[in-house]
Design a protein around this ligand. Structure first.
Ligand SMILES: [Zn+2]
Length: 215
């Protein structure tokens, strides 16, 4: 499928899709951190997650989708990232899973790493919504809306008890605590806080010296 034919999604639609996948994987309640490897391997279009030596060094990418003759995909991930930088690997795997869930047809011709990178370059230049959707999906699946706002509020409340309403301390500690808990790295946490309107609530709560955050 040509990238120009890829379906466009609103953020709300991606939230629903991510929530459905999570409900299926965790029928009795979400366990944090999300085990994205298991979740990806459970997808019917995913065969394997394959660590590839020096993927990032040689090709400048952390992960790619490889389309196979059985119409399934392998997710190739940089081996070093997979073994030693799990939060980054998780985000990369979630991003590639997003491509499969949201618009697998776009990636179906990518038989080699080179194919996949050529497609990525085309998409990044012109069809930015495809990348944007995969990134949004990644945040939504790793930091579920069902759990993340409430956790943010709880952590905020504990932090202000310990450090008071210090604007130089609380936002950073909040981000690093959330990153640790959700097994992600800091930039996606900051993005997710903005997406769920929590960033504004944190700023307001600190300004008003509120001991609580309304999630
Ligand atoms: Zn992508």
């Amino acid at each position: 499928m040509e990238p120009s034919h890829a379906r466009r999604y609103t953020n709300a639609e991606i939230e629903v899709i991510a929530a459905q996948i999570l409900s299926k994987a965790y029928p009795t309640g979400i366990n944090i951190p999300i085990e994205i490897d298991l979740l990806a391997e459970r997808n019917e279009l995913v065969d394997d997650i394959v660590p590839i030596e020096l993927l990032e060094d040689k090709f400048g990418v952390a992960a790619v989708l490889i389309s196979k003759s059985n119409e399934h995909f392998d997710i190739f991930v940089d081996e070093d990232q997979f073994n030693y930088r799990q939060p980054r690997a998780s985000y990369s795997i979630a991003h590639e899973l997003g491509h499969i869930v949201l618009h697998s047809g776009v990636c179906e011709g990518c038989r080699t790493i080179e194919d996949s990178i050529a497609l990525r370059n085309r998409i990044t230049g012109v069809y930015h919504s495809i990348e944007r959707s995969a990134n949004y999906f990644s945040g939504a699946i790793l930091m579920p809306r069902r759990a993340f706002p409430e956790d943010t509020a709880k952590i905020y409340e504990a932090l202000v008890r310990e450090y008071s309403y210090d604007n130089n301390i609380i936002p950073d500690k909040l981000c690093s605590t959330l990153a640790q808990r959700y097994g992600v790295y800091i930039p996606p946490v900051k993005i997710r806080l903005r997406e769920l309107n929590l960033q504004r609530k944190i700023e307001t709560a600190l300004r008003l010296s509120s001991p609580y955050l309304d999630p």
